[in-house]
Design a protein around this ligand. Structure first.
Ligand code: 5GP
Length: 177
């Protein structure tokens, strides 16, 4: 049986003030434009919702769900679309919103899909940048926090569908019992 200990990495207050500042920066950069935000489900749901609430420019929203297969907890370049983009992307300014970028395979595949649909511009906003295991060089234009190592949960992020509802972000440590 697996059991865990967890420690707070980013508190709810730190998260909220960082997300507010990200939203202000994005609103400034896209002032006068109508932005299409594409969230990557499921982990992004809390971050996405807070980000949109703090923004003060007109936005449209859509979501994708992707599956990536690899060994253990590391994804691979084999990314499958479970739910695709529904709104029209051609000629639009698109901002991809991700919970966490790890190897970069998922984001790389999604950027290629959006570019193939002839978006005017494609940028990326990631709440967490875990660059330690990066395999593909993906550009992240707006980063919430940098994570050095470890597995994080909470604020939408799960371990085996657990812990998504936490308002703080934790580092998870597995212990054998
Ligand atoms: P990538 O293709 O960049 O390796 O995969 C990114 C996806 O892996 C994220 O959207 C997330 O679902 C998952 N992931 C990577 N690192 C973590 C982590 O530390 N915690 C959680 N909960 N998910 C992670």
């Amino acid at each position: 049986m697996k059991d865990f200990t967890k420690e707070v990495l980013f508190s709810r207050d730190a998260i909220q003030s960082r997300v507010q500042r990200l939203a202000e920066e994005i609103s400034r950069d896209y002032h006068g434009k109508e932005l299409l935000l594409i969230g990557v489900l499921n982990g992004v749901f809390m971050f996405f919702s807070d980000l949109v609430k703090y923004m003060d420019i007109p936005v449209k929203v859509d979501f994708v769900r992707l599956a990536s297969y690899g060994s253990g907890t590391t994804s691979s370049g084999d990314v499958r679309v479970l739910k695709g983009i529904e709104l029209s992307v051609a000629g639009r300014d698109v901002l991809v919103v991700e919970d966490i970028v790890d190897t970069g395979y998922t984001l790389d595949a999604l950027i290629k899909i959006i570019k193939a649909k002839n978006a005017d511009s494609v940028k990326v906003c990631a709440l967490l940048d875990k660059s330690e295991r990066r395999m593909v060089d993906v550009p992240i234009d707006y980063t919430g926090f940098t994570v050095e190592q470890g597995f994080v949960v909470g604020y939408g992020l799960d371990y085996d569908e657990q812990f998504r509802y936490f308002q703080d972000i934790y580092t998870l440590h597995e212990i054998s019992v």
